[in-house]
Every structure is written in structure tokens, then in C-alpha cells.
Design a protein around this ligand. Sequence first.
Ligand code: ADP
Ligand code: MG
Length: 259
Amino acid sequence: MTMKGGQAKTTLAINLAARIAKARRKVLLIDSDIQANVTTTFQRDHHCNLAHVILGKVSNFDFIQLDRYLSFLPSGGEAMVEASSYLGHTRFKDSLFKNLLSSINHRIVIIDTAPSWSDVSRNILMYVDYVIVPVVTDYLGFSGCDQIMTYIDQFKAGMLGQCKAEVLGIAITRSHPRTKLAQTITEGLRERWPDLMFSQIVEETVSIQEAPAFQQSIFDYRKGRTSGAEMYDLLCREIMRRIVQQQKNVHNGNLTENE
Ligand SMILES: Nc1ncnc2c1ncn2[C@@H]1O[C@H](COP(=O)(O)OP(=O)(O)O)[C@@H](O)[C@H]1O
Ligand SMILES: [Mg+2]
């Protein structure tokens, strides 16, 4: 989640979902962005999309099966405007996101978000466990990261404990690590959010840019034999390890509370 476009949200969402599917875990990828970049990447026209689901136009969910373990729910494109305004009136009471996420048999759901703070993103925040913030080490990267972290904090404070979403981590998703600017921004991020930064940095690489043009994740593009695949593999493993660790902490916390 970020307020800025071009931070590699979509790239991260596609590749993280693909990596989890490669580990033979069932995963659902949802495109919630009006720009529908994941949807365009996979070029699938489908009768059931997120806008239909939010607006109650479908009675049961029918996902696109991208491969054995990876399902996909496309965005409604322009119809997401209507969906967003509908969600704006529900005041989180009977959000269809809740029904959507609780009625499916996928334990892992990855949602690609729009670069905006809309009713759709707020509803998503209400029903996810974790948020990942991607950041590009250009000169606005730091402030973009700061802005979304502040928005999330303020939103959670305003929801008085009802919003349980935690920022899982901040991932550098596009960087020229040898430049002074990238080094300064990376240091600044690590200083400001030492516990949240993922250590694996994804460098600027052509393969990461090319893979979507072939409708592939970085792990399928050129049989996964690219430096982009290697860097994304390490980042995704780190993300998955952190989720497992967080869940252990929650479990242990619950046990302590019950003692
Ligand atoms: N590490 C990278 N190296 C090169 N290009 C990248 C990298 N990460 C993302 N890109 C490219 O940057 C552009 C923006 O990424 P995208 O995932 O669409 O960002 P967002 O969803 O945040 O707007 C896309 O063209 C994508 O292919
Ligand atoms: Mg995007």
C-alpha cells in the first residue's frame, strides 16, 4: 500500500502471490485498483470482478485460476468508482470485503491497492492482517513512505482498535544501490523504521519490467533465471518468514493472555 504510484505495488503483489503459489500454498490475488494493472497484465475478461462483488452483483465468487495454486479476482476498472462510493456509505458495518475475505477458502489473500486513500483502501485496511509498503529509492520515496505510515496510524487511531491491520514491513522494490541518493534514502529508511525494513533490496532490473509484458511473474519469465527472480525470491522468503514469525508472536501472546 502506498499513496504514490510507481512504487512497484503491483509488481510486488503479482510476484509475492506467484512465489507463495510456487511454495504450493493456495493464494488469491485481488486487484483493487481502478487502473487495473494486474488485470491488464493477465489480460483476462471475467464476469466476476471486485466491483461486482462489492456491489453485490454476483451471488457467488468465481475466480480466474492462473495456475493450480493461484487464483485471481480482477478489478472492475471504472466500475471501482461506483464500488468505492458504495463502500463510502456502508461505514464498514457490512462491508462486502469482510464477506468476501471470510467466505473464501484461501488462507492467503494478496490485494494490490490503488495509489490513493479511498474508501476501497480503507475497507481493505479493516479486513487485512498485514500491510506491506513498497518504496522506490528516488527523492520522493521517503516522504511517500512517511505519508502512508502516518495515514495508517491515524486511521487506526480513529477506528479505536477496530482496525487490526499491522504494517508487516517496508520493502525497497526499485533501487540503484550504487548511487549516493539511493544509499542516503536507504539509510534514512533504516534509521526511521529499523524494525520494519526488509533487508533484501530489489534493484532496478530490466527483467522485472519485461515480465508483465509476457503476462508472467518474474519466477516464470525466462524460466526464473534472472537476477530479478533471485532478488524477488529472497524478498518474498523474507516476507513469508516475517508473517510466520508474527503469527507465532500472536499465538504466544494469546497463550500468555489465557494463562
Ligand atoms: N525493480 C524494478 N526494476 C525495473 N522496473 C521496475 C522494478 N519494479 C517495478 N518496475 C517497473 O516500474 C513500473 C511501476 O511499477 P508498478 O508495480 O506498476 O508500480 P505501482 O503499482 O506502485 O504503481 C512498472 O513499469 C514496473 O514494471
Ligand atoms: Mg499498481
